[in-house]
Write a protein that binds this ligand. Structure first.
Ligand SMILES: [Zn+2]
Length: 193
């Protein structure tokens, strides 16, 4: 008898437990407590981390840029990496809209990548609003964020200890980066030389 009773309680407990799980899960999803996929519904969030030296950051960034279809928004302190510059030039030539915002100190750099990009018709802006405009961010189309400590330079690839984080299809986080890019772009000065 006692066994039958406890079995009944067990069943009831299981049903209540499952019901509670469904309610909690539904509430969590509707309140945005979990990461949600992109608006198109079929793109899961992807996050990856790469490290230098020796991790292939430069090559990976160039590969991601090669996949750009509409827009490239680039914020950097230093930008001198040849492979990354070449990838951006190729993107520009295939019709991708490119915008570059750099720290004010870069305007004086004789060999800055921005001079090559400028010749290709890329609008280049310098941000003098801060002690250091130290963001390293590349926004690709409306879905990919590349960020981290990594400057787009040869030294960052070969000599420094750096990290790159690549985040795809995290819509809410992408919007934050997009807004922050717009903020800096607004108070930056367009190079007109
Ligand atoms: Zn700024």
């Amino acid at each position: 008898m006692s066994v039958r009773i406890s079995q009944a309680y067990c069943h009831r407990g299981l049903v209540f437990g499952l019901a509670a799980l469904v309610v909690i899960s539904t509430a969590a999803l509707t309140s945005g407590a979990f990461f949600e996929p992109g608006e198109d519904g079929d793109k899961s969030i992807e996050v990856d981390a790469i490290f230098s030296p020796g991790g292939g950051c430069q090559e990976r960034i160039a590969d991601e840029i090669a996949g750009a279809e509409k827009t490239l928004r680039i914020q950097a302190f230093y930008f001198t990496s040849k492979p990354i510059t070449e990838a951006v030039v190729k993107a520009k030539k295939r019709g991708v809209s490119v915008t570059v915002v750099l720290d004010k100190s870069q305007e004086k750099m004789t060999y800055g990548s921005w001079r090559i990009l400028k010749r290709e018709g890329v609008p280049v802006y310098f941000d003098s609003k801060h002690a250091t405009a130290n963001n390293k961010v590349i926004l690709i189309d409306d879905h990919t964020i590349i960020t981290g400590s990594y400057n787009f330079t040869k030294a960052a690839e070969e000599k420094n200890a750096e990290n790159v984080v690549i985040i795809k299809h995290a819509d809410e986080v992408f919007e934050k980066f997009e807004k922050n890019f717009a903020l800096h772009l607004k108070h930056s000065k367009k190079y007109s030389g």
